[in-house]
Design a protein around this ligand. Structure first.
Ligand SMILES: [Zn+2]
Length: 672
């Protein structure tokens, strides 16, 4: 072979090679164009499918427990069944088995099974038994994931406090929202590595990224006290045909809330079912936003989220301010002629004829309005407002549930003598029940402003403490001395004054009554309340009872004091606070020559039901009882005490008049 020949062959080969290369390039170009233009969507789909094959493993939401570990909210295991279309070998068989076990319609299941998607959910809430049955069938392409469902073992108990979760297992209201970050946990993931056709690669299979269980919230609530509070408040609201009611029990030393019972309530396991009969009737005719409003109203913790005019329980604030500023002594005397003229207005005391000459202490016991008007005026608007700030009525308490409101009061520059005087006895300003409870706690606990709260600690699943929750306390908001004086003064409200119905033999109980008239005052609707605490020497529990719009007799001392008494009678021994019966003997023996308590001066209350005012008055006079009438009807519809009950001579028989309106002027402002 000569070189020329070689060169020729070489050249020919090179030409052929170039042609092949060109052709290949052309094919490649066309192929790329085809892939980009025509198959692009398909490839994107495949990429999506790879992405979709990550399944979320829901973490178990942590429990909410009471102070003793009793479970208030928990998460039960619930399974989800899905199918991966291109792993299924026999569509009809899979559809048949799944529809049989899950009790679903075959046609619908088949439709889902045949859907050409990466992952199709067949059913969400599947019991463990059903899931196990499906597992035992060993069906290719069927996946079972475990999820968790929230469950509240006590149903409606403490509903407005605990709150509930949505379908995404996130808190919607209450403690479930406030502690979401601890309760929620971390979701895990299952990554399925697949080939382009979406088939799980056998040798690698599924990769699990473990999530983490949510932590447990230990609350300050006590199931036994909470249940008892709920029974009592339900009874009170039902018996008094009231709109609603609440009973809150708190440790005044540290702000731990033992019970917060609101009635009516709702079922935490079925939170979207309206409970109120009237609303159930109207439900269908309401539009969506009206329905949502009604539900929000039902879920609302109005002890924290809403303000009200406190009335006479607020006198403890005025009294504390006056003592702290040393502008009054317990034995200083005041005169109450039934009203006080402030600026150009005559502002009445609740006792129409007046209390006459009373000491400051008696003013507290009898809840005499002119005494507190005088003190508020003596303090002056600036100093009065300083104390509203001392007790932080202008701020939220910081309680650990969302949506808290704070007090609403006049701007200081708009406060004239009338506003100031009426604020002195708890009108012309509104506060939340929880704000009142906090102020009350500071007044009796030695002067420290605590933060009311429900969260005690964060625990792990085995109950070990991960984090103790702590709250702010402002030491000595008022002096220990003022606090001690107030404790003793409030004890006499129960032993001598308007709070007698809260007294329990063997215990030193303190308290203050209130009967606040709701706005507009012309509607003659009231909120009865009583704030009590025990034991006076070292308060361990403080209870606030509110009954909104009781019908008939509405005095706080009559409606709420007995409820607080009943609660404390059980709560005190339960908390390990024993009765001291030496206190009983001292009180019941008339060794000081006082009017003896007992059968000598007592009579059985007459039955005046159905009588006219005049007839009832006559019956009361005969037994040396003072008759006090409420309401503006003609006949007695309710009486207190009940007929036959032993009462001391000289004490009050209260009747509520109903029926034909006679437009008379016997109506009272409230006993307090
Ligand atoms: Zn008075």
């Amino acid at each position: 072979m000569n070189s020329q020949y070689v060169n020729g062959v070489y050249r020919t080969r090179m030409r052929i090679l170039a042609c092949i290369l060109c052709a290949s390039l052309a094919v490649l170009t066309i192929r790329v164009a085809y892939i980009e233009l025509v198959r692009g969507d398909y490839l994107e789909e495949m990429a999506d499918e790879l992405h979709n094959r990550e399944r979320t493993l829901e973490s178990k939401r942590g429990d909410i427990v009471d102070r003793n570990g009793t479970v208030l909210a928990t998460s039960g295991s619930i399974c989800r069944v899905s199918v991966v279309h291109n792993q299924i070998q026999d569509e009809e068989q899979v559809a048949k088995k799944l529809s049989d076990i899950l009790g679903l319609e075959y046609e619908k299941v088949l439709e889902k099974v045949q859907k050409k998607v990466a992952l199709q959910i067949i059913k969400n809430q599947v019991s463990t038994e059903e899931a196990n049955q499906i597992r035992s069938e060993n069906l290719k392409g069927v996946i079972i994931d475990e999820n968790y469902d929230r469950y509240y073992p006590y149903g409606s108990m403490a509903a407005q406090t605990i709150g509930f979760v949505g379908s995404d297992n996130q808190g919607v209201v209450g403690l479930e929202v406030a502690y979401d970050q601890y309760l929620q946990g971390l979701d895990g993931r299952i990554l399925s590595l697949t080939d382009a056709r979406g088939i799980t690669l056998e040798d690698i299979g599924e990769k699990l990224e473990e999530g983490a269980e949510g932590h447990v919230l230990q609350t300050t609530l006590d199931v036994r006290l909470q249940q008892y509070a709920e029974q009592l408040i339900e009874k009170a609201v039902t018996q008094k045909n009231a709109k609603k009611g609440a009973l809150i029990a708190m440790n005044p030393q540290n702000g731990e809330i033992y019970a917060m019972a609101l009635y009516p309530s709702y079922d935490l396991n079925d939170p979207f079912s309206i409970q109120e009969e009237a609303l159930i009737q109207q439900w269908e005719s309401m539009d969506e936003s009206q329905q949502m409003d009604a539900l929000n109203q039902m879920w609302r913790n109005w002890c924290i989220n809403d303000t009200y005019e406190p009335g006479s329980t607020f006198k403890i604030v005025t009294a504390s301010a006056a003592l702290e500023e040393a502008i009054v002594g317990l034995d200083e005397t005041f005169h109450c002629g039934g009203s006080l003229v402030v600026a150009d207005r005559k502002i009445r005391c609740h006792k129409a004829g007046g209390h006459g000459t009373v000491t400051f202490l008696q003013g507290i016991q009898e809840s005499c309005n002119p005494v507190f008007m005088t003190l508020a005026l003596r303090l002056g608007a600036d100093r009065f407002y300083e104390y509203l700030k001392v007790f932080q009525f202008d701020q939220k308490t910081g309680i650990d549930v969302p949506g808290e409101a704070s007090g609403i009061m006049h701007k200081p520059e708009n406060v004239g003598p009338v506003e100031l005087a009426t604020m002195g006895f708890g009108q012309s300003l509104t506060i939340t029940p929880i704000q009142l409870l906090r102020a009350g706690a500071a007044i009796v606990n030695g002067g420290n402003l605590i933060t009311p709260h429900f969260g005690k600690a964060i625990l792990n699943e085995s109950g070990e403490v991960l984090k103790e929750l702590s709250y702010e306390t402002e030491e000595q908001a008022i002096s220990a001395q003022t606090s001690e004086t107030m404790r003793l003064a409030l004890e006499t409200v129960v032993s001598e004054g308007g709070g007698k119905k809260a007294s329990i033999p063997g215990y030193r109980i303190g308290g203050k009554t209130a009967t606040s008239q709701k706005l507009p005052r012309s509607a003659h609707q009231y909120i009865s309340s009583f704030l009590g605490f025990a034991p006076v020497e070292d308060p361990q529990i403080m209870v606030l009872c509110l009954v909104d719009e009781p019908q008939g007799i509405y005095y706080g001392g009559t409606v709420c004091a007995p409820i607080v008494k009943e609660f404390l009678e059980n709560a005190l021994p339960y908390l390990g606070i024993e009765a001291d019966y030496s206190l009983v003997d001292e009180n019941s023996e008339p060794e000081w020559g006082e009017e003896p308590i007992g059968p000598v001066g007592s009579v059985a209350a007459p039955d005046v039901m159905g009588m006219s005012f005049q007839e009832a008055k006559k019956a009361a006079d005969e037994l040396e009882l003072t008759l006090e009438a409420l309401g503006s009807g003609e006949v007695v519809a309710e009486q207190f005490p009940q007929a036959g009950e032993e009462i001391r001579k000289g004490t009050k028989l209260i009747v509520y008049l109903k029926g034909e309106n006679t437009n008379d002027d016997r109506e009272a402002d409230g006993e307090d």
